[in-house]
Design a protein around this ligand. Structure first.
Ligand code: 5IU
Length: 260
């Protein structure tokens, strides 16, 4: 059977990457395939949002370089919230340089991403060396990498042959746990797809974002995790109510997929 026809629980039991096992187990425990894209710009806002929405998500997706008052205490607090609410942390760093440089960016600098982010991601524009460089830092720490096989924005250039090369590189490298993209890409091994650009509220924004529903993404396309940002915390929203609504919608779409 296709991996998209299997339960998250079964995939977690059978997976060869310990981080993927942990992620699937979390999803099953919380009945959640929802990731929050927390694009807020202060430490206090990020901590407050993660604490309120934490109970409903399997993954907290961060952009630490947009936090105006970032410090190492933020990371300590995020890790405590990850333990309290049972979620993983995904720093959406989108590395894109040569292997040697990304090693330095991932392991060091102000952010020391590899020390706290369970998951990060990269573009494969530089070729396979980027994955090798990140793996040298991340593998010993039991981290996992997603390749940016597609993007959600209008006119994005990651299509066709480029997407196919992402899939080949992912299949070949044990540090890679999956993709950012809109669908399930391969049955060669159990790679996880996470999809941004998910919304029940709008069709897009003024800067090229495009939204599709959890039903399309999870039930029809076979993606595993929906990533939702402004649909949860945007202007006038109640983040707790919206997080529960998206959790329920994502999980219902997963249950419909199992019955297809
Ligand atoms: N994001 C995308 N599209 C992509 C990738 C990442 O939207 O292709 I790769 C990020 C940007 C933002 C979040 O952090 O996902 C989506 O937020 P909204 O749900 O608020 O649009």
């Amino acid at each position: 059977a296709s991996y998209s026809q299997k339960t998250y629980a079964a995939r977690g039991r059978e997976h060869t990457h310990p981080l993927a096992c942990e992620l699937f187990a979390t999803m099953e425990r919380k009945q959640s395939n929802l990731s929050l894209a927390a694009d807020v710009t202060t430490k206090a806002e990020l901590i407050a949002l993660a604490d309120r929405v934490g109970p409903f998500i399997c993954v907290l997706k961060t952009h630490v370089d947009i936090i105006s008052d970032f410090d190492s205490d933020l990371v300590v607090q995020l890790q405590a919230l990850a333990a309290k609410h049972d979620f993983l942390i995904f720093e959406d760093r989108k590395f894109a340089d040569i292997g040697n440089t990304v090693k330095l960016q991932y392991g060091g600098g102000i952010y020391r991403i590899a020390d706290w982010a369970h998951i990060t991601n990269c573009h494969v524009i530089p070729g396979e060396g980027i994955i090798q460089g990140l793996a040298e830092v991340g593998m010993p720490k039991n981290r996992g990498l997603l390749l940016l096989a597609e993007m959600s924005s209008k006119g994005m250039l990651a299509t066709g042959e480029y997407t196919a090369r992402n899939v080949e590189m992912a299949v070949d490298n044990p540090f890679v746990i999956g993709f950012i993209g809109s669908r399930r890409f391969t049955e060669a091994r159990d790679l996880i797809t996470m999809t941004p650009g998910v919304g029940l509220h709008a069709s897009g924004d003024a800067l090229g974002q495009q939204y599709r529903t959890p039903e399309t993404i999870v039930a029809e396309n076979g993606s595993d995790i929906i990533i939702v940002g402004r649909g949860i915390y945007g202007p006038g929203k109640d983040p707790v109510a919206e997080a529960e609504r998206y959790r329920a919608a994502g999980w219902a779409a997963y249950e419909r997929r199992l019955q297809r």
